[in-house]
Ligand binder design. Structure first.
Ligand code: SF4
Length: 443
């Protein structure tokens, strides 16, 4: 899909440029040393854009320091400020970094005031050559929009179109758009609707793709690859962030794989495909476990999401790290990968569905180990949607349609949510998983 070109420092997104790989720091931005060290690692791992959270005006000064220290080391990777709940912070950060991400769902409470503040932000961006990402998430759609369109992909598209119209009215086109959701079906539909509408209007802004709160491990990778590849295979998408509840450096190889594959620099390791009605039998000769997982998710994610297929059988081999070949035919591992992909495409739920944020500078506890423990202790709750979120500021709004939520408050305390409502507050972290399980059982 031909789009406008957006410049963020020395990186161009859209037009005929290759897909840009990006990620986000999970350090506290005010911890300048740690943030610089992580940015260096992410740059070395291949990140072309690095985002940092900016929860208060004080962190705008930290951003300045981080940027100066990176530039002094010869690292010119553009930085992106991630801003929620404060148009003032967005305006201040736009003078410092190459790109600012705003969330239209919480840019400003009052819609008229939001328009006014957005015009100010655009002026600062024009003066400094800063790009903007209009980064809308399914979980944080504003009340005005959900009252009009429900909590749907259409609502996401309509909400973002209002903001793109504001960009056009302000004669500002250095804009990237995202419409992320943890639910792959919602995410894919929202981006498709937006791509179609932008093409009809004739002004096509580049798209930043991501499945938000995808979790970690194989499940997080398969879910991200299934959702993102469904769009990239249709020519939709110009930059990719794979959100994993892991060290952000682990996101880069997955995002790079997607950029390479849909930039036609890499091919699937599938060697044969047989169709029996709506069942596919696929045979692979994969060079590694990771490649098998990603190839499989990309080859069949879209077809399962779009219900072109109902079943997939996985055969063939993959190479282990020690060079031995593992046979997939009839194996438990093949069955497990099929189950994971069916769940990622929302066709069959064989375990709980987890919504876990990747963590950022707002994270209030050891998210990765807590998430793994929640997974271990809730693995029997098939079909239930359980969220594990890093902060109380954004977490409750972002966990979309979760049945239960574990949300970090800070100071060693946790809030437990049932749907959108907190049912227990200030629970000590070391008791919180027990309390969550008791609540689930008693309900
Ligand atoms: S929900 Fe997670 S990723 Fe989002 S702002 Fe909070 S800690 Fe960061």
């Amino acid at each position: 899909m031909e789009t406008l070109k957006v410049k963020a420092g020395n990186v161009t997104i859209g037009g005929d440029c290759p897909i840009v790989v990006q990620t986000m720091c999970n350090t506290h931005t005010s911890d300048v040393e740690a943030s610089v060290a992580q940015c260096v690692r992410l740059h070395e791992a291949g990140a072309q854009l690095i985002r940092l959270t900016v929860p208060s005006l004080a962190q705008v000064d930290s951003l300045k320091e981080i940027k100066a220290m990176l530039r002094a080391r010869g690292i010119d990777t553009p930085l992106v400020a991630d801003v929620h709940f404060s148009s003032e912070i967005a305006i201040a950060a736009a003078e410092v970094v190459e790109k600012v991400r705003i969330n239209p769902g919480n840019f400003h409470k009052d819609h008229d005031k939001a328009r006014e503040q957005f015009a100010k932000l655009v002026e600062v961006c024009k003066a400094n050559g800063t790009a903007i990402r209009i980064g809308l998430n399914h979980g944080s759609l504003g009340e005005r929009i959900t009252n009009l369109y429900g909590n749907t992909p259409l609502a996401m598209k309509e909400a973002v179109m209002e903001w793109l119209q504001m960009c056009i009215e302000n004669d500002f086109y250095n804009v990237v758009v995202s419409l992320k959701a943890s639910n792959t079906f919602v995410m894919v539909e929202a981006y498709r609707l937006l791509a179609m509408q932008m093409q009809e209007t004739g002004i096509v802004f580049p798209l930043h793709l991501g499945v938000t709160e995808a979790g970690n491990g194989d499940g997080g990778r398969i879910k991200s690859a299934a959702g993102i590849s469904a769009l990239l295979s249709e020519g939709i998408g110009n930059t990719v962030r794979v959100s994993l509840t892991e060290d952000p450096a682990c996101e880069i190889p997955v995002a790079q794989y997607l950029a390479d594959r849909y930039g036609h620099r890499l091919h699937s390791s599938m060697v044969s495909l047989t169709l029996e009605g709506k069942k596919a039998v696929a045979t692979y000769q994969a060079p590694s476990r990771e490649r098998l997982l990603l190839d499989f998710a990309c080859d069949f994610g879209k077809r399962l999401l779009d219900k072109e297929l109902d079943e997939v059988e996985l055969r063939g081999t993959f190479e282990e790290e020690d060079g031995t070949q593992t046979v997939l035919d009839g194996s438990q591992y093949a069955e497990y990968l099929v189950d994971e992909l069916m769940q990622a495409a929302r066709r069959r739920f064989y375990r709980p569905e987890y919504i876990a944020c990747p963590g950022c500078g707002r994270t209030m506890y050891n998210l990765e180990s807590t998430f793994n423990e929640v997974k271990r202790r809730t693995s029997h709750l098939k079909g239930m949607v359980i969220a594990v979120m890093g902060c109380i500021v954004n977490g409750p709004g972002e966990m979309a349609d979760a049945d239960w939520g574990y949300v970090g408050e800070g100071n060693g305390k946790v809030s437990i949510y049932k749907g959108k409502s907190p049912v227990l507050r200030h629970v000590p972290e070391n008791e919180a998983i027990d309390r969550l399980l008791e609540l689930i059982e008693s309900n």
